[in-house]
Write a protein of this length. Structure first.
Length: 109
């Protein structure tokens, strides 16, 4: 193959630009991202939860969006027998625009 992307010199600025663009997309979260955020922010006199329960919801998008499972705080607490909720957070994983998983973590007793 011939052309600016396939030159054998190795110092072609277009090739370097394409590589840097790919790396920047990877690092900026366009290809993969993993975040953790609090759902509750009032931590005044909040005890450390001795019980951890999780529930997640998954989404696949390809022309249409399909979601399944539950991640509601109340339904997670009820399912795992938590009577008193101390705090909760959400962990989100994304791969491109096609896959998303949101896991809610509920702490309580």
């Amino acid at each position: 193959m011939q052309g600016p992307l396939w030159s054998s010199t190795g110092s072609d600025p277009v090739r370097l630009l394409v590589i840097l663009l790919g790396v920047s997309l990877l690092l900026s979260g366009c290809i993969y991202s993993h975040t953790l955020q609090p759902l509750m922010t009032d931590f005044v006199a909040t005890p450390v939860g001795d019980g951890l329960s999780t529930g997640d919801i998954k989404t696949v998008t390809f022309y249409v969006s399909v979601e399944w499972d539950k991640n509601g705080i109340g339904s997670i607490a009820k399912k795992h027998g938590i009577d008193e909720i101390y705090y909760a957070d959400i962990e989100t994983t994304r791969v491109l625009w096609y896959w998303r998983q949101q896991r809610v973590r509920v702490y309580g007793h």
